[in-house]
Design a protein around this ligand. Structure first.
Ligand SMILES: [Zn+2]
Length: 409
């Protein structure tokens, strides 16, 4: 097993620059020569599945984990795959709400904090009042290192309170959130502060986490689906799930790679728009900003410039995938539909996946026999305030002697 001081030559992965292909050190988040993003070459002779390990460490051969046995874990992964009938007979929901902090980001942050601890870091910082901030707070607490979560000035108290309880310092910054992200990236490069950001060009180690969703779906279904609907905010999860299925295909385990349909908010649909117009670069997306300043309850998916857009657009072209959008109202309707039909209470940003599923089925793109996987990734229990503000509900109050007559089918 790899020691804490593992050298690159002893590892099953090699960090390498996407652009100049130079090998990077384990401590580098970007290429030291050309500033390119980093990907990992894996020893493809190793099997993808290792049943002697537990959780996402079972897939250590395709993850940049120096030591899978000392991974910082709260029991992430291994989430249920539920067969449901939502207007098509072959739909499977991958319930990522079952992760420790209620979203798939725990897979990524487990890898990031494990990397931070391997490097001897005593602090991890992140910019987010959403899923990643919450996850980072949980995993820094688990690792016994300090967590700092920077948020925008208007971050809601019900979102930052759990981060505070989990032991992270929460600091609101009076500036545009994109400027805060840029500033932390700059400070991390200058000072070595560990940045757990879930954008691949800022932290490539976390970016491999969502591949494990593809592996688990394959395991539970016994094959790869024909289609998969994935919520796409920054685009990193979409791209990584695609990489996971490609690796299964390359290992000869499946004869198909699903077409990925990215679910995006209607008012922040840079990925849908960019894909439809054939964009390939962030420059093209930046030239045509979409959504800037538009209020939305789908905040966890709302990016004017999705940080992993280039990866997501490239993956969509490669797998013949595409993106569909849904509005705030459609997403909330879909949450109510899913909750009442299946018993899963999702946050609005995950309702977008179900709203897009309904549009996808209505489009007739899927054949009757096609297998469709849908990722549902954020627990509604974290966003009850959003629901109650938009769709207030006050139960009837009755007298004691009226209880019997109110018990009706
Ligand atoms: Zn380079």
């Amino acid at each position: 097993m790899k020691s804490k001081d593992a050298k690159l030559k002893d590892l099953h992965f090699i960090p390498r620059c996407d652009l100049c292909l130079k090998v990077a050190a384990l401590s580098q988040m970007r290429c030291g020569s050309c500033n390119g993003s980093i990907s990992f070459d894996y020893d493809k002779k190793l099997p993808i599945f290792d049943e002697t390990k537990s959780g996402i460490s079972r897939f250590w051969s395709r993850l940049p984990l120096v030591n899978p046995d000392t991974r910082i874990t709260l029991g992430e992964g291994g989430t249920p795959l539920l067969k449901v009938d939502l207007g098509h007979e072959n739909i499977w929901l991958k319930n990522e709400m079952a992760n420790p902090t209620g979203s798939h980001k725990d897979r990524q942050i487990s890898l990031a904090i494990s990397h931070a601890v391997h490097l001897g870091k005593k602090l991890s910082a992140i910019v987010s009042a959403g899923s990643t901030g919450l996850s980072n707070a949980a995993y820094t607490s688990r690792a016994g290192i300090k967590g700092i979560v920077f948020t925008g000035e208007s971050a809601r108290s019900d979102r930052v309170y759990p981060i505070h309880i989990l032991g992270s310092e929460v600091i609101r910054v009076k500036d545009d959130i994109d400027n805060v992200i840029d500033k932390l990236t700059e400070l991390s490069a200058e000072t070595g502060v560990y940045n757990s950001s879930t954008a691949r060009h800022i932290n490539p180690y976390q970016a491999e986490g969502p591949k494990t969703i593809a592996y688990e779906i394959y395991e539970d279904m016994g094959c790869a689906p024909d289609w998969m609907i994935v919520p796409a905010g920054g685009g990193g999860t979409y791209a990584a799930i695609g990489r996971g299925f490609i690796e299964l295909f390359e290992a000869g385990l499946t004869d198909r790679i699903p077409r990925l349909v990215g679910a995006v908010p209607s008012s922040y649909n840079a990925l849908e728009h960019g894909h439809n117009l054939g964009y390939q670069s962030m420059e093209e997306i930046k030239k045509h900003a979409i959504g800037e300043g538009i209020p939305t309850i789908l905040a966890k998916l709302a990016h004017v410039y999705p940080p992993d857009a280039e990866d997501a657009l490239k993956m969509a072209r490669k797998l013949n995938g595409y993106f569909l959008s849904a509005s705030d109202e459609e997403s909330m309707d879909a949450c109510e539909f899913l909750a009442s039909r299946v018993g899963l209470y999702t946050e609005p940003s995950s309702g977008t996946s179900i709203a897009v599923l309904r549009k996808f089925l209505a489009s007739g793109a899927a054949n009757k026999s096609d297998k469709i996987a849908v990722m549902v990734c954020g627990s509604g229990f974290r966003e009850t305030v959003t629901f109650s503000e938009k769709r207030p509900f006050t139960p009837n109050a009755i007298n004691l002697d009226a209880m019997l007559e109110n018990i009706t089918l």
